[in-house]
Design a protein around this ligand. Structure first.
Ligand code: GLU
Length: 430
């Protein structure tokens, strides 16, 4: 359906039909938008492919990346920098499209963008002849990659055309390196404590928002209590770990957590503080207690399942095996289009990524707009803003969903598309 994209013609390759493309198409049709306008909502406005010669330990390591500036009708292109071994152009385009939808459904004044840098840190071990896992080496490498990226594109950031932030494989330290290049506190969000324009609470804001979305799912949709609710979490990075910590604080029982290297399972509830200490030291949740695989975790009999790691982990097949009562998408696009159809058919409610994990970009908006202030916003205030924005959007999406007989995920895309369309029309961009 996503035909007539100038990019597809130039690339001579077809974008796979993703959930966001299909949901935008359906939403556009419900809103009565024409085919050309719907395609304008689907396609990115600008995509740049770039080469980064990274100088490291006396060698030059070349990595490639892609920056997708999807839509800036409602504000500067906004979205994280992902460093991963399997980054592709279409995946980056899809992630940037999700940012347009996320900022619009959350009603914050940003557009959508994303950067994907294809680098296999483990392959770097071979290049530099390292045998053992070395987390300092991994961090130094991703810092240098980001520094080179920022050196090439600092003008875009300084002009607030595109305002980057962390994503998979990057964090506050990398954002400090971007700031070093621009010396503008509003040019990048997710900066670490003490760096000009940083925001208390930004680091844990995504995981916090995910835990709040899980609370809403349990209480308002499933009619359960958070205290004692059984939760399984895929991923223990910045999103999964903070979601687990906040949910444990609320009295939920996190029974299983997995990451790239293994898993931890305790049917009576894991000690999340202790697990976080273990993971900080070991670099993985594996080895903490009884192990569990990813596939086992996705099929666990729990109240809520939180996929907080990679994309496309819940597909047509394993969605048939899901036994969770509801799902909160902590990661971006963890459920495929076909997987979503199965969940809808089975009556398993899903709070979609563009609301569930929007806490990060909501805090980014606060960080961006307050970056010049000498008065630091308090962490509690930032987290309260995240709660309010998620509640507002979720309420609107739930209402739209029940009025139109569609899923919350489809309703959120429809709200977003309507807002983007209105802004494009007012600005005569369409
Ligand atoms: N990478 C995060 C996301 O996917 C945060 C983006 C931002 O704050 O710009 O929402």
């Amino acid at each position: 359906m996503n035909a007539e994209s100038g990019m597809e013609i130039l690339l001579e390759s077809k974008e796979p039909t993703t959930r966001s493309i299909e949901f935008i198409r359906r939403a556009g049709e419900r809103l009565g938008l024409g085919r050309g306008i719907i395609n304008d909502m689907i396609n990115p406005q600008k995509v740049t492919v770039f080469r980064l010669p990274v100088k490291f330990w006396g060698k030059v390591v070349v990595v490639w990346g892609c920056m997708s500036l999807h839509n800036d009708a409602r504000g500067p292109y906004k979205g994280g920098i992902r460093i991963a071994p399997d980054v592709s152009i279409w995946e980056t385009v899809e992630l940037s499209r999700l940012m347009t939808l996320k900022t619009a459904v959350m009603d914050i004044e940003f557009g959508g963008g994303k950067t994907g840098i294809r680098a296999d840190i483990r392959e770097m071990y071979n290049i530099f002849g390292l045998k053992e896992r070395d987390r300092d080496f991994e961090e130094a490498m991703s810092l240098d990659i980001c520094e080179e990226f920022a050196a090439q594109f600092k003008g875009l950031f300084r002009d607030h055309v595109y305002v980057p932030a962390p994503d998979m494989g990057t964090g506050p330290a990398e954002m400090a390196f971007i700031y070093n290049q621009t010396l503008d506190p509003a040019s990048v969000t997710g900066k670490p404590e003490g760096v000009h324009g940083w925001l208390p609470g930004r680091k844990e804001s995504t995981g916090y928002g995910v835990s709040h979305a899980a609370k809403r799912l349990l209480e308002d949709i499933l009619g359960l209590r958070v205290e004692g609710a059984r939760v399984a979490i895929q991923g223990f990075g910045n999103v999964g770990m903070h979601a687990a910590l906040f949910l444990a604080e609320l009295g939920a029982k996190v029974v299983a957590v997995t990451d790239l290297y293994g898993g931890a399972y305790d049917p009576s509830g894991l000690d999340i503080q202790a697990l976080a200490r273990h993971a900080r030291k070991a670099g993985t949740v594996a080895g903490f207690t009884t192990s569990i695989t990813n596939e086992e975790l996705l099929a666990l009999d729990v109240d809520v399942l939180l996929p907080c790691a990679a994309g496309h982990v819940l597909n047509e097949e394993n969605c048939k095996a899901v036994r969770a009562k509801g799902i909160v998408e902590g990661a971006n696009m963890p459920t495929t289009l076909e997987g979503m159809d199965v969940l809808v058919e089975r009556g398993i409610p899903v709070i979609p990524d563009i609301i569930a994990n929007a806490g990060g970009v909501v805090a980014s908006m606060e960080e961006y707009s307050r970056s010049l202030s000498a008065l630091k916003t308090r962490r509690e205030d930032v987290l309260r803003t995240v709660t309010e924005k998620i509640d507002e959007s979720l309420d609107a999406a739930m209402q739209q969903a029940s009025e139109q007989g569609i899923s919350i995920a489809e309703a959120s895309v429809q709200i977003a598309i309507d807002r983007v369309y209105q802004a494009m029309k007012r600005r005569r961009l369409i």
